[in-house]
Each structure stands twice: as structure tokens, then as C-alpha cells.
Design a protein around this ligand. Structure first.
Ligand code: G6P
Ligand code: MG
Length: 220
């Protein structure tokens, strides 16, 4: 029973969610409305364009297409200021250990992220060369919760969707994994991610035998 893994990036491998939040919050401030951490949950895993639409809905603000384009550019410029300061110390607890464990087990893994900045972020934290493939916001036409990103990931792994385990911190990402008929693992608040097949607060909580026992039993 072969198995492969697809990792979301933001909030699973690295904590860039906090930088997205800061950059979006700045924009909300500029537009004159409140944007909270709980609002931010709705933006996790969602494409940049869709995130702006959700943000504007929250603030009940209407903008011209031209203005929207300007704000998308300035939000990303602001976000990238944080990204360029990132280093390997910002890899989330348990992530490097999990990749090492998968390498030792001979289990292949790819990235499945909505972010167009994913390759840059992986380079910043020295993980770019570790993945067997990268599916990011540049290679998909439909954003999470559409399963496209993960289905392309399964192709890169040469596996059927049922043989793939997806690690996700976002509601939209868990939904995408479920819609792809993959095994979904929610990383973060179990209440928020209650639709996932498995829940852990963070990657350090994954049991030692998660792949050798739990997943292999589920797949067979
Ligand atoms: C990730 C994050 C989202 C973000 C999206 C697009 O999935 O969870 O919050 O909006 O990527 O990121 P980008 O780097 O392309 O703006
Ligand atoms: Mg995420």
C-alpha cells in the first residue's frame, strides 16, 4: 500500500499566516475597518485575489477593478518585506523532523500551496530542494477549496488520490483535500478544522507510528 504526502505551506511548514494577516490588516486599516484574527481564518488557504474579495466583503467596501489591482500589488509588496527577512529558524516545530522521517521511510512528498510566493518562501527556509514536486498558486486555475492543487500533487507523486495524505491548516484546504478524496490532516485548532480526518495542534503531536500504522491501516 503506497502512500504519498502533500503539504500545504503557509501555516503547516512555515508560519507565514501571521505575515499575511499583518499585510491584510494594514490594508483594512487604510480602508477604515476592523480586521480580526478570526476574520483572518477565512483567508487562510485562499488565493490572493479571493482573499481581497473576502476582505472587502468584511469591510463592506466596494472598489473599482483598477483599485483592486493596486491593492493586490501593494499587499504583496508589503508581505514580501516580511518574507525576505525569513530564515530556516521560521520552519514550524516538527516540520523538519517530519520530512526527515518521511525520507527515512521512503515516502515521497510534494507541496500543494495556493501561494504564488511558495518557491521563494521554500528557498528562504532552505527547503526548496527537499520536495519531489511543487504545486503552487502559479500552476493552478482554481483555488482551494477546489481540489485541483492536490489532484495535480497526486499526479506528481504518481499516486491515486486515495493514497495521498494532505497536511492543512486552513478550512478551505481541508475541504479541498476531502473533495479530492484524500486523507486530510488538520494542523491547528480541531474545532475550526473539524472536517479533517485527523487533527493535531501542530506537527510535533504526530504519533511516531502515524505513517507506519495509522495511515497504512487506513489505506489498506
Ligand atoms: C496561502 C495562504 C493564503 C494566501 C495564499 C496566496 O494559501 O494560506 O492566506 O492568500 O496562499 O498567497 P500569495 O503568496 O500568492 O499571496
Ligand atoms: Mg495554509
Amino acid at each position: 500500500n503506497k502512500v504519498g504526502v502533500i503539504f500545504d505551506l503557509d501555516g503547516v511548514i512555515v508560519d507565514t499566516a501571521k505575515y499575511h494577516f499583518l499585510a491584510w490588516k494594514d490594508l483594512a486599516d487604510e480602508l477604515g475597518f476592523e480586521f480580526t484574527e478570526s476574520h483572518n481564518e477565512l483567508l487562510k488557504g485562499v488565493s490572493r485575489v479571493r482573499s481581497l474579495e473576502i476582505l472587502l466583503d468584511i469591510g463592506k467596501v466596494e472598489l473599482s477593478e483598477e483599485k483592486k489591482q493596486d491593492y493586490l500589488v501593494s499587499k504583496n509588496e508589503h508581505y514580501l518585506e516580511y518574507i525576505y527577512k525569513m530564515g530556516p529558524e521560521e520552519i514550524l516545530p516538527g516540520a523538519s523532523q517530519l520530512l526527515d522521517a518521511l525520507d527515512a521511510l521512503g515516502i515521497h512528498y510534494v507541496l500543494g500551496s495556493a501561494s504564488k510566493n511558495a518557491p521563494l518562501i521554500l528557498k528562504q527556509v532552505n527547503l526548496f530542494n527537499r520536495f519531489a514536486g511543487i504545486v503552487d498558486g502559479n500552476s493552478v486555475s482554481k483555488a482551494k477549496p477546489d481540489p485541483e492543487v492536490f489532484l495535480i500533487g497526486a499526479q506528481k507523486l504518481n499516486l491515486k488520490p486515495e493514497q495521498c495524505v494532505v497536511f492543512e491548516d486552513a478550512i478551505a484546504g481541508v475541504e479541498a483535500a476531502n473533495r479530492a478524496h484524500m486523507i486530510s490532516v488538520g494542523i491547528g485548532d480541531a474545532k475550526t478544522l473539524h472536517e479533517a480526518d485527523f487533527n493535531f495542534n501542530n506537527l510535533t503531536e504526530l504519533p511516531q507510528d502515524f505513517f507506519t500504522k495509522v495511515i497504512s491501516e487506513k489505506i489498506s
